[in-house]
Every structure is written in C-alpha cells, then in structure tokens.
Design a protein around this ligand. Structure first.
Ligand code: MSP
Length: 641
C-alpha cells in the first residue's frame, strides 16, 4: 500500500442486470469487502463502491423477452443485487446504478472533455459485434468465421456511423505505465498478457452506437441524438461518477482508486480502455487492477442450461456466510480458477476453522476455567515463551503486504501459522502436566500465550470473518478496531489481564453435505430417445392404414411429365382416385389390372387441381422406381400388416 495516500478507494465491477447474482459475483464482492474492512481497520479513509451496469443492447433485449421496459427490468434485477449484498452485510459505501441521473451526466461530461482534448472523432464502423459481450471483434479475433472468441455466441456484422476514441494515440503511454508500475495489474501473468496485447497494436475504439436506444445519450452540445454511448465507456465511468465526477466532485479526493477488483474476463476493458480514458481525462491512474479467476462447479463450467449455477445465498444459509467467505478466499490462489465443491468447503470448515481455530479457543476456555477460574494473564508470557512470541511477530510482519498484493490465500495460510504455534505449544508443554508438576506459573503463561495468539489472529482475520472474530474478541474481552490493530498487531502489545467469557463452539462439525447436488441433466426418457432416433411403437405403425388395391383404370395427366391418374379398388363402395408420380416408370396400360400397396388413411390432397385419395407405396433407387405389390394376388382392400 502506498503511504502517500491515506485514502483507499476500492471497487467491484458493476454487475450486469441481465442475470441474477451467482457465486462469481459474490466472489468479487467478498474479496472487495475484505479489502475494504481491512483498509478501514488499518486506518485508511476508505470508500467502497459496488453497483449495477444497466445499459446496452443485451439488457434491452432481456427486458423485451420478459415484456418489460428496460428500466423496469433493470430496477428489478438491480435490487436483487443490492438485497443480496445487504443480506451478506457487505460494507459498501455506495451502490451506483448506471441509470442514476448523476452518473449519466458524468458520462456526458467525460465525453465532452475527451472531445475537447481531441480524442474523439466521427467515422463509420463495420465489424463483428457480439451482443452478449457488447464488443466488436476483428476478423482475426472471431472464431470459426463468426463466433465470439469470449462467449462463443454468434456475432453479427454491424455497420454504423460511430464516434471513435483515439485509443491508438495512448499505446506508448499505456506501455510505459505497465512497465513502470509492476503491480498496476495483478497477477503478474495478466500484466504480461496485457503488455503483449498492447504491443501488438491498438486500434481506435468505437464508443457510440446507433443500433439501439437504451444508453446514455451524447451530450447536448454534440447535437447528434441518434447515438448512445458505448456501454463499456458508460460502465467504466462509474468509478468516477460515484465520486461526483461531472456533477459536484464531492468525493473526488478518493481518486485514484487503490484497487479495481475484477474477473479475468473483463481485464482488457479495465487494463487498456480505462487507463486510456483516464489519460484523456487528465486524471491519475489506479494503483491496482486485480483480476481474479473463475469458479467452476465440480470441475464443470457453470451455466443455467446445466442447472449447476451456485446460488451464493443458498450456500451461505447452509454453511454460514463467514465460513463461505473464508473458503472462497482460502481455497484458490488469487488469479487462478477455483472449483466449488461442498466437500472442499466442509473440509475447510472442519479442519482449518473447527480444528485449528475453534478448538484452540475451546481449549483455552476449558483450561483457564479449570486452572484459574477463567482468568487469563499476559504477565509471564515473555518470560516463558519469548521464542514463540518472536516467531509469531515475524509471521504477522509477513502478512501486511499480502492483502493488497491480492495474495489472499497466502495471507490466510500465513495467518494460520500462529495458530499452529499455539496448538503445538499445548502439545509440547502439556499444561495439565505442568499443573500436576506444580509449574502453575508456566501453565498460566501458556494460557496467556494462546489468548494473545488468538487475539492477534482474530484481528487479522476480521476482514474475512467480521462477526466470528468479534465473537472471539468478546470472549477475550477486547474490541477489534483501529486501536487494537495498532496496539496488538503493529506494536506487539499483549492483552490486559481479563476473565474469559465462555461462548458456544464457533464451528460445529459438519458431517454431511447440507445442500442437494444439482441433478445430472435430465436423461431423455427411453421412449423420447427412441423417437428422436426414428424408432416408433407398433401402435404408431398401425396408425398408418395400408391396404392392397387393384388398379382398375390409369390415364395420363395432361401437361404433366410425372403424373398418372388412377382409379384404385380398395374393396370400398367406390374406387378411389389416386394421382401418382410414376409416369416415368410405368405405362398406363401396363398398370391396369395390377395390384399395389396403398396408404389408405392419408388426408385427401389436391394435386394439379385433382383430388388424390391415397398414396401408392414404391421404392426408388438408381435403377428406377418399382411399386410395392403382393407376391400373389390378394382380395382388393386386404390390410397390410
Ligand atoms: N458489467 C460488466 C462489468 C463492468 S465494470 C465497469 C460485467 N458484469 S458481469 O455481471 O458480467 O460480471 C461481473 C463480475 O463477475 C466479473 O468480474 C466476472 O469476472 C465475475 N464473474 C462472473 N462469472 C464468474 C464465475 N463463474 N467465477 C468468477 N467470477 C465470475 O462484466
């Protein structure tokens, strides 16, 4: 963290309102929340922003499909995101919506400023457009001649008048920024990826659309009402408009952002377009753009059609919100993809949280109640456990830089080291033995050591598990906040003497999966499968009435090369008239008196104005056509089965 700035502005992406919140959204938000809580705890003036991205063709279409106006639809889904974050106690300071008036105004002000700075010009755009990603792709980028390289959906060729942003002008300045700021894009591999992309050359960016309406209009001064601003320019600007850019600037002193937290799929927009827009607006660039990986479920990509999308609320309700937070941050190295399985979640809860942390507190409660009526003192800790204290201190020193480097899993791993030291110390010194041997002072000092370790760990774990750690702090009679962080973590002070408060176990053991696994995609019923493979039942076969007919008359149809008009006796009162396309292979006179197999229950149809009341069965190959006939004469009207 650069100390030059005591402000800390943390953002999540603003979520599209074309889908309800899922685990991927929760992951981004939970990481950002963790950083925000940490940031406040270490004394930074913090502003944490989240919100929803509501414009664009994708939203317009989604609304239409549901028979709603885009605004109605956006209101509905946006509130689902807000409700979930409130339910999750996410500590955001502002929830922005791109349909907010101030935001729209701010976007227009930015457009004007870029125009004044000579960075916007008018032209024509023709390209492969993916509506789903709201992005144009070049011919070399699209896959299999027309599919989006990002989401795989079909792109369409769009040609329209457009305003362009001179992205190419910023290529060198962008490269300089990446190279001079090692941590501007985290992880490093992503930074290298972006550098390679930019080095390959940047084209100017189309930043307006005329093909739909649902977006921010160009500023009045431009006087070009058919254009709306490209959703990504509109969306990225939320990071500034939330601070009052263009409408009062009341919070602009939070700029530049400490970190824009994003998923890897939206890196290009944040790492290339966004800094270029900021350069054009003559504003400083963010400290970090941090891109996390994707979550899969049991090894598979999540999708609505597979029915395996994880509802974060369900998981939090079943396993505990803070356990879920811990799991997400601990399980996957930041930047890598992670797999969600209930088994992995249960293992983390039972092992890391239950065994290592929860049991340690229980043991302390048990031992201090037994040996000292719950009294815990730090008095002789340094005397007996100097080495352990120093080791712990070294561990805590390593922790600090890890969070804003987004090494969240390593942060938690490192934080578990002191717990390991405490648990080991109990096994090594065996306080019950010390008590028996009359070494009470040492045994109580050991309790003091454990209490201090738990207190320090609780403080540093607080950003990940705020309520749980407050419970630990309550048991140990202190409060987590800026003060305790400073004194116990920064200055290595020890707890004042206190009497422990008994609390129920924090992490009851979980023995079995608490959520039903998604059913495997429904197998087609056997019948359905057979049907689609062209198999029919006997009943279905007998729906076709086949009969032997005797041809009693055959005539050519005038002006037709193919048709013959036949009278066929099916043993009914009247012979049927059948128009058959067999003229190329049969002479009328050769047919009379012969028999053929007839489909007798076909709906009569008119062929060249003549009624046809059945169909003759025939087989045709390269040698010609043959009517299907009985081997020996049959009574007219005999059923074929
Ligand atoms: N609206 C844009 C962001 C504009 S920011 C100026 C957007 N929205 S989104 O709703 O599609 O995605 C928001 C975030 O959710 C992204 O960071 C994305 O990476 C993340 N995730 C969506 N699905 C995900 C997983 N399955 N796993 C992890 N995160 C993923 O993009």
């Amino acid at each position: 963290m650069s100390n030059s700035c005591k402000k800390s502005y943390i953002t999540t992406p603003i979520y599209y309102v074309n889908d309800v919140p899922h685990i991927g959204h929760a992951y981004t938000t939970i990481i950002a929340d963790t950083l925000a809580i940490y940031s406040r705890m270490v004394g930074y003036d913090t502003f944490f922003l989240t919100g929803t991205d509501e414009h664009g063709q994708k939203i317009e279409q989604a609304a239409k499909q549901r028979g709603k106006t885009p605004q109605e639809y956006a209101d509905e889904i946006s509130s689902k995101f807000k409700q979930l974050w409130d339910y999750f106690d996410i500590s955001y300071d502002k929830f922005i919506r791109t349909t907010d008036e101030e935001h729209k105004k701010g976007v227009q002000v930015a457009f004007e400023k870029m125009l004044q700075n000579g960075d916007i010009y008018k032209g024509t755009y023709k390209g492969n457009y993916c509506i789903s990603c709201e992005t144009f792709f070049t011919d070399t980028q699209i896959v299999d001649g027309g599919f989006c390289p990002d989401c795989g959906k079909e792109t369409s060729i769009v040609e329209e008048e457009s305003y362009f942003f001179k992205l190419s002008k910023y290529q060198e300045r962008l490269l300089a920024w990446y190279k001079e700021n090692e941590k501007c894009i985290i992880p490093k591999t992503r930074r290298n990826e972006v550098i390679r992309f930019v080095e390959a050359g940047l084209e100017d960016l189309s930043i307006t659309r005329t093909s739909f309406d649902w977006g921010v209009k160009l500023p009045k001064s431009v006087n070009d009402p058919k254009h709306v601003i490209y959703v990504w320019l509109d969306a990225l600007m939320n990071y500034l408009t939330a601070l009052g850019y263009g409408t009062g600037e009341e919070k602009m002193d939070y700029w530049p952002a400490k970190v824009h937290l994003i998923g890897k799929d939206i890196l290009r927009f944040h790492a290339i377009f966004w800094p270029a827009f900021l350069m054009s607006l003559e504003l400083p660039l963010p400290d970090h753009i941090a891109a996390h990986g994707w979550w899969t479920r049991n090894g598979e990509k999540m999708s609505k059609s597979k029915g395996n999308v994880i509802n974060p609320k369900e998981v939090a309700d079943a396993y505990g919100l803070e356990n879920f937070r811990y799991f997400m941050l601990r399980e996957v190295p930041f930047g890598g993809d992670g797999d969600f399985s209930q088994k992995a979640l249960i293992d983390r809860i039972n092992s890391d949280l239950g065994n290592d942390l929860g049991n340690l507190l229980n043991r302390l409660i048990g031992m201090s109640s037994k040996y000292s009526e719950g009294k815990v003192s730090s008095q002789n800790v340094t005397k007996y456990f100097k080495e352990e204290l120093e080791e712990i201190q070294r561990s805590f020193e390593k922790l600090e830089p890890l969070l804003f480097d987004m090494q969240l899993h390593r942060y938690l791993e490192e934080l578990w080291r002191p717990l390991g030291i405490a648990n080991k110390a109990i096994d090594k010194y065996q306080p019950w033995k010390l008590m028996k041997e009359g070494k009470e002072e040492e045994a109580l000092a050991l309790n003091g050591l454990i209490a201090n370790i738990l207190a320090k760990v609780a403080i540093m774990l607080h950003p990940v598990m705020p309520k749980t750690t407050n419970k630990i702090a309550k048991a140990l009679q202190f409060t987590i906040g800026v003060e305790s962080y400073k004194s116990f973590v920064k200055e290595n002070s020890l707890l004042d003497d206190f009497t422990i408060t008994k609390i129920p176990p924090l992490f009851p053991r979980i023995e079995e999966q608490l959520l039903k696994e998604p059913e495997a995609p429904k197998k087609e019923s056997k019948e359905k499968k057979e049907q689609s493979a062209g198999v029919i039942t006997i009943d279905q076969f007998f729906q076709t009435e086949l009969k032997i007919g005797t041809i009693i008359e055959a005539k050519e149809v005038q002006k037709s090369k193919k048709l013959l008009k036949l009278k066929v006796d099916l043993g009914e009162e009247q012979p049927r008239q059948i128009i058959a396309g067999i003229k190329e292979w049969y002479k009328p006179e050769d047919l009379v008196g012969t028999q053929a197999c007839v489909v007798a229950n076909l709906k009569p149809a008119k062929i060249m104005g003549m009624l046809s009341e059945g169909m003759l069965l025939a087989a045709k190959d390269e040698n010609g056509l043959s009517l299907l006939r009985p081997e020996t004469p049959k009574v007219a009207g005999t059923k074929v089965s």
